[in-house]
Design a protein around this ligand. Sequence first.
Ligand SMILES: Nc1ncnc2c1ncn2[C@@H]1O[C@H](COP(=O)(O)OP(=O)(O)OP(=O)(O)O)[C@@H](O)[C@H]1O
Ligand SMILES: [Mg+2]
Length: 260
Amino acid sequence: MTDTATATRTPVLRTDDLVAGYLPGVNILNGCTVDAYQGDLIGIIGPNGAGKSTLLKAIFGQVKIRGGAVLLNGEDITSLKADKLVAKGVGMVPQNNNVFPSLSIEENLQMGLFQRPKVFAERFDFVSGLFPELAKRRKQRAGSLSGGERQMVAMGRALMMDPSVLLLDEPSAGLSPVRQDETFLRVAEINRAGVTIIMVEQNARRCLQICHRAYVLDQGKDAYTGTGRELLTDPRVIELYLGTLAADEDAKRDRKEPEA
Ligand SMILES: Nc1ncnc2c1ncn2[C@@H]1O[C@H](COP(=O)(O)OP(=O)(O)OP(=O)(O)O)[C@@H](O)[C@H]1O
Ligand SMILES: [Mg+2]
């Protein structure tokens, strides 16, 4: 996307100089600005504790916002409650505990659509197109699925609401390298189906390989941004962050760890 194109367009989601934190007097986000335009697949990478999950939680109204704003298609949605945000088109897949284990796959997907039960069939078709194995096993209890399958149920549930933007917190976490690859392919596929995505990822190199643009978060600020390819080859990013991490990932892959 060119600068002139972005200059005249409103982002689907924008965090504008966001300041936020959990405890009084302690800010975790220290002026964080991130833009996602229609059709973008945006990556958020950075060291542990940089505030990546906090950024997604702040967008989703789960952290106290002390400065700046969250805008959805130009509308101020700062600090709205999660149910309002879902109704407005913000879909969130948190890092942990993102399915109802005692419910079936189908019931989990229905929960995603609690605000619009009538459109279930249409949305179920869309989600089944992306995750055919979920449709085939719709009666199976989510708690009996593998980690990767549960991740797909969680994404499917968020997609049931036809979100304008989908927030993903470390979709590949805890999965074997093979399952991680599969998850990244699925995320790219969801994006190609027209869904704007902001994805936080620990697996920085893989994330940068598939995203259009990414932000490196450092101490709650967007330290660097660029296309995935630019950041992959940016000496500052490699030296500060990607270098050791990327080498670790490569070593792991070379050992061809068994599939979970
Ligand atoms: N509920 C909470 N109460 C107080 N502090 C918190 C809370 N959740 C997170 N923090 C703190 O906020 C900081 C940023 O945490 P966050 O989870 O956003 O990091 P992250 O970049 O997602 O890290 P990771 O890569 O480990 O997932 C950390 O110092 C963490 O201890
Ligand atoms: Mg996190």
